[in-house]
Design a protein around this ligand. Structure first.
Ligand SMILES: NC(=O)c1ccc[n+]([C@@H]2O[C@H](COP(=O)([O-])OP(=O)(O)OC[C@H]3O[C@@H](n4cnc5c(N)ncnc54)[C@H](OP(=O)(O)O)[C@@H]3O)[C@@H](O)[C@H]2O)c1
Length: 280
């Protein structure tokens, strides 16, 4: 039995939803952890998943969901509560003797990372490592979906400086495909898996989405973002994230490397491009 969290799928990448569907298509037994018993939960049941409803921050719902589970996929959206959810999940997985937890982290998860959320991802990675549950950290680049959510109908306005500012990108589908592949892999795998499907400038990325790019002053972006995201935690993370890319600009960074071989190995195909994503 494989436990998949975030299985309903949200706006950030729907990686849990995609992992659940990929595993079910491969004939795996899947327990889908959702927050609400809504239409999406009904669709998962129709696909053959054992649906459990709960809150990842609450051990009373996570612990029973872990019964009989051997492998698990953990994802928690960019909002408050990551470390509560991690602690509950890691404790329950350890108690059950889970052998592999594939969890979604971020490209630069480290204690001195430039956004508070990235530093929390590093802490979360540590907790999963201490739990001894075969943790695999998917250190993912910026999702294509992140730019799509940030876009207005007629433009992509972000505080990223000139259009030649570079960004490491990946599709939610490639994160999920790699996650599912790692869950199905019987042998040992690397505990840290960096994931970048494409390096693009923000001008190229906007064009691939069929939009002109506008450079917004950071303060203006932050003021607009509160209305768009409605979540100060998400705005704090994104404000710092865009500032990092704006600072690097057209320059290079050791993390700006496409990991095509990893994606090919676990997804069975080359990384999706943002142009393909934009044309979907
Ligand atoms: N976006 C990016 O550019 C980017 C880049 C790198 C890494 N990441 C990482 O990707 C992860 C998010 O991706 P994703 O594809 O999973 O996001 P997503 O598509 O937005 O899905 C999040 C899922 O979590 C569920 N959920 C939210 N709070 C919950 C709770 N308390 N208990 C149980 N379930 C809860 C949501 O359910 P409802 O829909 O019912 O609320 C939704 O199904 C984050 O860890 C983020 O740091 C994102």
């Amino acid at each position: 039995m494989i436990l998949v969290t975030g299985a309903a799928g949200g706006p950030q990448g729907a990686t849990g939803r995609r992992v659940a569907e990929l595993l079910l298509a491969r004939g795996q037994e899947v327990r889908a952890f959702v927050r609400a018993d809504d239409e999406r939960a009904g669709e998962l049941r129709k696909l053959g998943a054992d649906v459990v409803v709960g809150d990842l921050r609450e051990i009373t719902t996570v612990r029973p969901a872990m019964r009989g589970v051997t492998r698990a996929y953990f994802t928690y959206p960019v909002t408050a509560g990551l470390l509560d959810a991690t602690a509950a999940f890691a404790a329950a997985a350890r108690e059950e003797g889970v052998e592999r937890v594939v969890e979604v982290s971020q490209l630069d998860a480290q204690p001195l990372a430039g956004t508070p959320r990235m530093r929390r991802h590093w802490l979360s990675e540590q907790v999963f490592d201490w739990a001894g549950v075969g943790a695999v950290h998917l250190r993912a680049a910026v999702f294509f979906e992140n730019l799509a959510v940030a876009a207005d109908p007629g433009e992509l306005a972000l505080p990223l400086g000139p259009p030649d500012t570079r960004i490491p990108l990946i599709s939610g589908a490639d994160v999920a495909g790699t996650g599912a592949g790692l869950l199905l892999e019987p042998g040992p795998v690397d505990p840290v898996v960096p994931l970048t499907g494409q390096m693009a400038t923000i001008g190229e990325a906007a064009a691939a989405l069929g939009l002109p790019y506008t450079d917004l002053p950071p303060a203006e972006w932050e003021a607009r973002a509160i209305g768009r995201y409605g979540d100060p935690y998400a705005v704090e993370h994104l404000t710092h994230l865009w500032a990092i890319f704006r600072f690097i600009g057209a320059g290079d960074h050791p993390l700006f490397r496409v990991t095509g071989e990893t994606i090919r190995r676990f997804c069975g195909r080359r990384p999706e491009t943002i142009r393909e994503f934009g044309a979907r």
